[in-house]
Design a protein around this ligand. Sequence first.
Ligand SMILES: C[C@H](N)CC(=O)CC(=O)O
Ligand SMILES: [Zn+2]
Length: 304
Amino acid sequence: MSTQGKVIITCAVTGAIHTPTMSPHLPITPDEITEAAIGAAEAGAAILHLHARDPETGKPDQTPEAFARFLPRIKQGTDAAINITTGGSPYMKVEERVRPAAQFKPEVASLNMGSINFGLYHLVQKYDSFKFDWEKPHLEATKDLVFRNSFKDIEYILETCYDNGTRFEFECYDIAHLYNLAHFADRGLVKAPFFVQSVFGLLGGIGTHPEDVQHMKRTADRLFGADFRWSVLGAGASQLRIAAQSAALGGNVRVGLEDSLWAGKGKLATSNAEQVTMVRKIIEGLGLEVATPDEARRILSLKG
Ligand SMILES: C[C@H](N)CC(=O)CC(=O)O
Ligand SMILES: [Zn+2]
């Protein structure tokens, strides 16, 4: 059955950057992450992008033990493809970041294709204002935060996961990251089709203007031709607008509370499933269909 016109929805259920104080709906505990992931899959997500947190503090926890507290139940509750983060949080070393993916050998793992100054602007962003409030003390510190992904770090993650049959969600926060991916392709260290996840709207990366989206797509088309499957995520308020543009351009989409806490103008999303349902309406409104997990596996050549 053709997978033409099928749109893959990835849902990133919790992440590492948003904190519990920002939204009461952010899944923190293993139970909450399990429920959120299965709910997102039932709403139409074919891929679940997962981070773990300390259930007490909500702080990112990249230990395999933390992932083991929800992975088996999620796998039991849905046939969606599991995507384990190797980004962890920008404060972690790459050796720590890769451990869960190395141990659990998921179908998909994220791979960040370059280093960026990591501005957490959307944390202070009121729904549609881009005025930064740098005075907030915890933001002062982030002025010096670099999310490090050197060529050596990327090679290390590729080598560590290479024999696991894990395929990567190549996170590209800027045009240069597409060229970095092309570099690793030239060296034969990554296998086509490349699942390119273009990230828009994080301070330190590319913006959210429709021309930024077009520019990413055009550049990926030129560099990878038929060898890539394109997906996008928009940070904060731009999430659904960026997703709509991608679907209209034949691309795939990522939503979830990792990337945005919102469900429309000034309204906090009450669940990940709510964002999946909203983007699904846009996709079906465009006359397209949402891909099932098995269709996503075929489109991305996942090991299943
Ligand atoms: C913008 C997203 N937080 C990118 C991300 O999901 C990184 C990762 O987990 O490796
Ligand atoms: Zn992530």
